[in-house]
Write a protein that binds this ligand. Structure first.
Ligand SMILES: [Zn+2]
Ligand SMILES: [Zn+2]
Length: 690
């Protein structure tokens, strides 16, 4: 080792690998996680004109593990010297100075820190054949929440009473022991169902060949990781986010604001879990990520979209999407690795990710400040324009939102009575159709002109009779079980009322279909903004499907005298809010100030302006924290180097390299902080505090 070479085993060394080669591979791997050891060895062989042999791969792989272990040991010793090893959670408490490095004169905020959670299924690992899980080593990573800890939340939430099993349940994969566990999307809201429907598709594709089916991660809004845990032989179960939230509440403290795709229904899940008291004591607040917000209904948005929650600033909560799109690169090498190697690879990558994101904190702050600047420049004028000629009643946006919330919450579902009536009338209509078919068949049969066709007409008559018989039995059963004494006729009042209802239902159905398609399209458009995170569907096909749905909708709308829609209206829709309004059949609602589109636009602008103000306050705090952290960190590193110089010169040299790296990164930070200070709307300070 003193010569700069590392063998692959302690005894009988036949192959040694130079430390420089190992280090080069490590650095390359950090930048390009797809680079496998095999590819690396093969390129080395090409360089030296040697034939590739599989044993080289094994030797290198073993030496690389040892090398990484040595590096981790060095890291631990540095942590001891810096007095950072006593607290097992030192990393998560200090990795993001903007979130965590509190100063004495920090004001309190409604939401103290912002982060997000999400699961992702790209980092799967194939279950090795029985007896081949040969690697008994366990990798201990500070990022990981271990399986055992996650399992303690396994039965934390009681499943909601489920509706009777439907046929398609048989199609869903069975997860054996996990079957009685609650899925993360097991909330009371309609969004949860919508989400589950989308997730099921993904689940079906997950064969039982995987043991780890993905990872669940949490991170702060500056993209620095909090924790990671494995999802094991399951989809996104409630225990994963609960384990993360538990850590956030216990370790990171008060007033967290957390973004999660299904934050709306997960909020309910938490309130049924063992974390209930702690969550309300620490003022835990959930939100749904801004782009995912499209998929949630209007009422949910009013409660959970970051735009409508005081304190979230301009945060879009899409942090995890970005993390996963980077981590996806690891999938190639972790899929067939042992558990140890998979964790080692993820840990390595996570450290590099955090280092990169620490470097980017000042860029994040700068970009957000620029965004605030844009909003402050543009929105006040836009709002003035929208408000011109409006009465004071039109301008009370807080009241509008409250009215909308109340209205949406009060709107009730179709009553069971209505549903029953609809079923009855549909049956009656079918019955009448069957009757007339049978009469028709009899008429043809009785006509002497048709003598030649007799055998075929006989069959027609028999078929028509069977159909009529069947529907008559169903009708009689229905009447008996619902206590209907005299059969309704098209002239009866009940029939007429229900027929109206049916037309409305048709309309609603057409609207639902259209809404679903448009939402998907919005989703895809949003995804494209986040390149590399999803598949691209052909938008053209989607558009054609929307056109068809649109035609159906217009036909149904005509029957009800509702305004028809055109393609250009729909393609400009920005969310579900417009659809919720179309859903309204009562004209009196449409006369209220909160349904006026100009008022709505002005309200959204006003809210954005408010959020921009909050964002600026938060950025000012974060900027000062970063400035202070840089000074303190540099001072501590210098002291450590001086202290170690005589005691342990090797370690001192290593700490000095860390110091050099820190100084390099901090220089960029300082440069960007000065850039922020030069913005016209800057109201904070960039000198260090205490
Ligand atoms: Zn942060
Ligand atoms: Zn929702």
């Amino acid at each position: 080792l003193r010569q700069g070479y590392l063998g692959s085993s302690p005894y009988g060394i036949s192959v040694v690998i130079s430390l420089r080669t190992l280090e080069l591979y490590r650095i390359l791997r950090l930048r390009q996680p797809r680079l496998s050891i095999q590819a690396w060895i093969q390129s080395l062989c090409d360089l030296h004109n040697v034939n590739y042999r599989r044993t080289y791969w094994r030797h290198f792989s073993e030496a690389f593990d040892v090398y990484l272990k040595i590096l981790r040991e060095v890291e631990t010793r540095v942590a001891v010297e810096l007095q950072r090893s006593d607290d097992p959670h030192w990393r998560v408490k200090h990795s993001c100075p903007a979130c965590r490095y509190k100063l004495v004169d920090d004001p309190t905020m409604d939401i103290e820190f912002i982060g997000s959670l999400d699961g992702n299924q790209s980092l799967k690992r194939v279950r090795l054949r029985e007896g081949f899980e040969g690697d008994p080593r366990v990798f201990h990573s500070g990022y990981y929440i271990r399986e055992g800890e996650v399992e303690t939340f396994k039965h934390d939430v009681k499943p909601r009473s489920r509706p009777a099993k439907k046929k398609d349940d048989a199609l869903k994969p069975k997860w054996g022991p996990d079957e009685d566990q609650v899925a993360a999307a097991d909330g009371e809201t309609a969004c949860a169902d919508r989400w589950k429907a989308a997730m099921n598709d993904a689940l079906k594709r997950m064969w039982a060949i995987y043991r780890e089916t993905g990872i669940f991660a949490s991170a702060c809004r500056h993209h620095l990781l909090w924790w990671i845990c494995d999802m094991i032989e399951s989809g996104e179960l409630a225990k994963y986010p609960i384990a993360h939230v538990s850590r956030v509440l216990h370790i990171l403290g008060y007033r967290p604001g957390i973004g999660y795709d299904i934050g709306c229904s997960f909020d309910g899940t938490i309130s049924r879990s063992s974390l209930k008291e702690l969550a309300s004591e620490r003022h835990l607040r959930f939100a749904v990520p801004a782009f995912h917000g499209y998929a949630h209904n209007r009422l949910c948005q009013l409660h959970f979209h970051p735009l409508y929650i005081t304190g979230f600033g301009l945060e879009d909560m899409e942090t995890c999407e970005r993390i996963f799109s980077a981590f996806n690169g690891l999938a190639v090498i972790t899929r067939h690795a042992s558990q140890f190697h998979r964790h080692q690879a993820i840990d390595m990558f996570a450290k590099q990710w955090d280092a990169d994101k620490y470097r980017d904190i000042s860029l994040f702050l700068l970009n957000n400040y620029k965004q605030v600047q844009n909003i402050l420049d543009e929105l006040p004028d836009a709002i003035k324009l929208l408000q011109s000629g409006k009465s004071s009643q039109d301008l009370d946006y807080a009241k509008h939102l409250e009215a909308e919330r109340l209205y949406l919450a009060a709107r009730k579902k179709d009553s069971p009575q209505d549903a029953r009536n609809c079923e009855y009338v549909s049956l009656l209509i079918k019955h009448r159709a069957a009757e007339s078919l049978f009469a028709e068949a009899l008429k043809h049969l009785g006509n002497p002109k048709n003598a030649k066709l007799r055998p075929r007409l006989e069959k027609d008559k028999r078929d028509a009779f069977d159909a009529l018989d069947q529907i008559t039995t169903m009708l009689a059963d229905f009447e008996r079980s619902n206590d209907i004494v005299s059969r309704w006729t098209p002239d009866s009042e009940e029939w007429k009322a229900t027929a109206d209802l049916l037309t409305k239902l048709d309309y609603q159905k057409a609207l639902d279909k259209l809404e679903g398609l448009v939402v998907q399209r919005l989703f895809e458009l949003a995804k494209m903004g986040l390149s590399g995170t999803g598949k691209y569907f052909s938008l053209k096909t989607r558009c054609r499907a929307i056109q068809t749905a649109l035609a159906k909708y217009n036909a149904a709308a005509k029957k009800l005298d509702r305004p028809s829609l055109e393609w250009k209206d729909i393609s400009t829709y920005g969310g579900l809010a417009e659809f919720e309004l179309l859903r309204e059949c009562r004209e009196d609602i449409r006369a209220q100030p909160w349904t006026d589109s100009r008022n709505r636009q002005a309200a959204v602008h006003t809210l954005r302006l408010e959020r921009a103000g909050e964002e600026r306050d938060r950025l000012n705090i974060e900027i000062r924290r970063l400035a202070t952290w840089m000074c303190d960190e540099e001072r501590q590193l210098r002291q450590c180097v001086n202290h170690l110089k005589s005691k342990n010169p090797h370690l001192a040299a290593h700490v000095a390299t860390i110091e050099a790296q820190t100084l390099r990164v901090n220089d960029t930070h300082r440069f960007r902080l000065r850039e922020i200070a030069a913005l016209p709307c800057f109201t904070g300070r960039i000198d260090p505090g205490v």
